[in-house]
Design a protein around this ligand. Sequence first.
Ligand code: FES
Length: 87
Amino acid sequence: RFEIALARSAMTLQVPAGTSILEVLRANGVDMPSSCEQGACGTCLAGVLDGAPDHQDVYLSQAEKAAGDRIMTCVSRARSGRLVLDL
Ligand code: FES
């Protein structure tokens, strides 16, 4: 379980185990596009302003993953207790 803070929407949401960031966003009325929902297509990308993503996708390159400034919301999670997203 971790927390996501949406910088532009001024919302803080909890992401329970077994639920994706994408599912939590949609459940709270945040309209986020998606396609594959398996971490492969890049459609559900969000910018990361703070916190450490736990990348589970196969879309971002190793360098992009290391940079930690974007996340695929359908599969990836957080290593830190909180992620601040550019949403
Ligand atoms: Fe395809 Fe998330 S919907 S990577």
